[in-house]
Ligand binder design. Sequence first.
Ligand code: GDP
Length: 476
Amino acid sequence: SSINPTIQQPVAAGEEEEEEVLSSEQYSCVSRQQLQIIRSSYSSSKPSPFLLSRLKEYEQRHKRCDPFSASFNRSSRELKPEEDEAENYCRYIVWTPVNGLGNRMLSISSSFLYALLTNRVLLVDFGPDMVDLFCEPFHNSTWFLPRDFTFKGRANTQLLRREEEQKKEMPYVASLLQLFLSYDNDDYDKLFYKSETQPLLKKVPWLVLRSDQYFAPYLFLMPCFRAELDRMFPDDKETVFHHLGRYLFSPSNQVWGHIIGFYDAYLAKADRRIGLQIRVFSLDKTPASLILSQVINCIQEESRITTTTTTASSSGRNRTTTTTAILVASLLGQFYTELNRMYKEWNEKAGATVVGVYRTNHEEMQVLGSSSHNMKALVDIYLLSMCDVLVTSPRSTFGYVAHGLAGLTPWILQSQDIEDEEQRVKEPACRRGVSKEPCLQFHANYYDTSPDHREAGGPVPVIMDCEDFQYGLKLV
Ligand code: GDP
């Protein structure tokens, strides 16, 4: 039987197909079960009981307010600002896509955390390039915004600006507000990051978010959310994305077929799996040869590849071979080719296959709007997240998602720029990251920015500067 059900996007409530109930078979998600088994052998971090109870509560709310519900029907038809504070009034945050898949997964998980904190329901406006990537996260429900939902045109301006400008003379509450939390957001957009803006936002039933950022860390800096976040993540702030990402994202059966097929064939049997994520933003600034040397230095500097262990026995000396699988994830094919050649020679000298070098694909360039391209990207992200050691590229959200899902602190390659280094590899070639968390690259400065206040011992000891991004922030 097929393990590849296609989950239909719902149409808006009120239409004929509204009655259609999705069968539980359509929700069977093979990756969810299999990842749980694979991960149980190496993941020790567990979500707090409070977070689990909030997730359970969320699932009930999602079911009550989802696009098949009468509440959704009423709310989307009327699009009225909320007058009453009724407990079960449904409020939404609609996620819309910007930028690459790594950016998108980070902003989806941040939106979900915001939904948890503000009792909203997260719906996603996935285009054709994303609908086949993930299983539905919420059992017996859907997170897809109906295709014909027409917020476009109703919220095409920065309404926070209007709110701010009109506040003094005419208190005005919008029914639908578009939030921009992207790398190019302006001072009005950044008002979102002020605790004082939140009561206003609370009255708006529909928030439409356009963000490519992992803005979750900033929520910890906002006094209005801090107590609740401390209860959700009482000890370990560096597993926020780890838990939320694992909860939300399960590759669809179609994508999972590729992941598990590759994993079983090449990675599962190795004693050690090293994931190399090589993202090149500009070959003009950093030639491939320089990056390759850097990657090799990084692997060797830290002796991350243990090839053999020798044990003594009564009959003499026994050699026990430890095998290492290296997964090379990159848009560019040449890194795999070179590393494969290098380790083939190594294996010949060793007289055994001690290091295997593998890759799934090499797309050569980033493509926006392509489903098959995004599927390949997701395959790489998940295979990386199933490795034991990760070497990632600086500033890449693709790498952030991989190590966040893995729950690993990565080795981050140093930013390398030929203009200042004359093609010499910087030393050390890579550094251990400060945290398992992704970096929030662009944000607002509505908090005390002095280093003392961000590092351990200050009033917000859970946030530090990112290792790879100036002015970036991350949870530690
Ligand atoms: P970032 O640009 O590195 O921050 O990461 P994004 O994921 O936001 O955007 C880069 C996009 O390029 C990805 O979504 C993929 O479409 C593609 N890409 C980058 N690196 C890889 C890779 O290692 N494997 C595959 N298959 N695609 C990649």
